[in-house]
Design a binder for this molecule. Structure first.
Ligand code: GTR
Length: 420
């Protein structure tokens, strides 16, 4: 699988790396920034203080120090339905493909959204939205999905950095399209490389150059990296969903795995139109606390993937305690909207306990806003989800999206969407 391959390159070297710790007794002490105290020491006493003072402060810090500032919606952006099939998946689904032309020009950067919705569900249908790693054609073996022609990382079934038919349906396990449809929900998905190919090219390809000022050749140190761009793409997809009367743009769950789990959190933190946010094994730079010395570190992620974060984030490589935020505050930015953080037991690189603590320490903000936090104070047993306004589970097995994960996400969404 693409994910396993991506991890293999980096993760195999871990045991020899003295900067990487897997011993819980060596994690050491750390002090987290208090979600309910501003930088100037003012206590956040109510929803209004949070909204007007602390939330903008935290959001601004994540922008300038971690992911970088992103632009808004380009004025000329346009949408085009490129295919529509009313009897897809043996008659169970309507399948649609939509091109999003970011600048309005068909020859400029664009992304292709693949949408399945249950044919027998009454519109408007709630949506799960997520970026995929290998092209839209990998999420199901359906021969009607257009094969991606975009750049792909070398691997099985990839020839000259382009996908071949051999990769069709390869990620079906991770997407569980039939399960989503059976619940009465739609799935909308986009190949993340449409937005920004995932390699360090100094931000020459992808969407960054659209926004360069005259003479600018790369983002400034406080401007978006690739995670910022992918999250921006999710918001542009939501712009489209708002125009599609078969879909309910007020009930969109943004979901992502691993680097795309980091992306889902950042998208949900910035764009309050997302109704639910789901982070699957997002690890460092996602739900896991950066200050915990366990598994991947800030320095390591910035070294392996120099293009993911804002340039400024590298200043914390050897000074993580100087970060004015930590990842619980990213989750807190999603409050009071429901958020689900999921770990996998063997995914130590992502620090399951650190992910749990990220969810736990975001919870005071949920409670301040009158929502339910995480209904647990200790990490739950394996395969025992805890579901509140903040939800968490640690699944048995490794770094992946499994059917078990989807079952929890679907139940979580049903529970929250029913209440509205
Ligand atoms: C790893 C990276 C993780 C995680 C993962 C993935 O190599 O160190 O932070 O994002 O890749 O996205 O598969």
């Amino acid at each position: 699988m693409v994910l396993a391959a991506a991890c293999a390159a980096v993760c195999l070297a871990q045991p020899e790396d003295p900067g990487i710790n897997y011993d819980e007794s060596k994690v050491g002490g750390y002090t987290l920034p208090d979600p309910l105290v501003t930088r100037s020491g003012e206590r956040v006493r109510n929803a209004r203080d949070w909204r007007e003072k602390r939330r903008p402060e935290i959001l601004g810090l994540f922008e300038s120090e971690v992911y970088g500032r992103s632009p808004g919606r380009p004025a000329g952006m346009s949408f085009e339905t490129t295919s529509l099939e009313g009897q897809a998946l043996g008659g169970k689904a309507v399948r649609k493909e939509v091109s999003v032309y970011f600048t309005g020009s068909k020859s400029g950067p664009k992304m292709q959204i693949l949408i399945y919705r249950p044919r027998d569900a009454k519109p408007p249908v709630p949506v799960f939205l997520g970026l995929n790693f290998g092209g839209n054609h990998t999420v199901h073996s359906d021969p009607g999905i257009t094969l991606s022609k975009e750049w792909m990382r070398p691997g099985p079934g990839i020839t000259g950095n382009r996908a071949t038919e051999a990769t069709r349906g390869r990620a079906a396990e991770s997407w569980q399209v039939e399960k989503i449809l059976a619940r009465g929900y739609a799935l909308a998905t986009i190949y993340y490389g449409d937005i920004d190919p995932d390699y360090d090219d100094g931000f020459q390809n992808g969407v960054h150059p659209i926004f360069y000022r005259p003479g600018q050749t790369r983002p400034a140190p406080d401007e978006w990296g690739s995670i910022g761009a992918w999250a921006w793409g999710l918001s542009r997809a939501l712009d489209y969903l708002e125009t599609d009367t078969d879909l309910d743009a007020r009930r969109v769950a943004v979901m992502g795995h691993s680097r795309l789990g980091k992306t889902a959190l950042w998208a949900g933190a910035q764009d309050e139109r997302f109704s639910i946010v789901i982070s699957n094994n997002s690890g460092e730079g996602g739900a896991a606390l950066a200050r915990r010395w366990y598994g991947e570190t800030v320095k390591r992620i910035n070294t392996s993937f120099p293009h993911w974060f804002a340039g400024n984030f590298k200043r914390y490589n050897d000074a993580v305690s100087a970060l004015p935020v930590d990842q619980h505050l990213l989750i807190a930015l999603i409050a009071p909207r429901p958020v689900y953080v999921a770990s996998a037991e063997e995914d130590r690189w992502a620090d399951p306990r650190g992910e749990f603590l990220g969810a736990l320490h975001a919870s005071p903000v949920y409670r301040l806003l009158g929502a339910e936090g995480l209904p647990a104070s200790e990490m739950p047993a394996v395969n025992q989800p805890v579901l509140g306004g903040v939800a968490y589970h640690v699944r048995s097995g490794g770094h992946a999206v499994a059917a078990f994960d989807w079952e929890q996400y679907l139940a979580f969404a049903a529970r929250h969407w029913k209440r509205r």
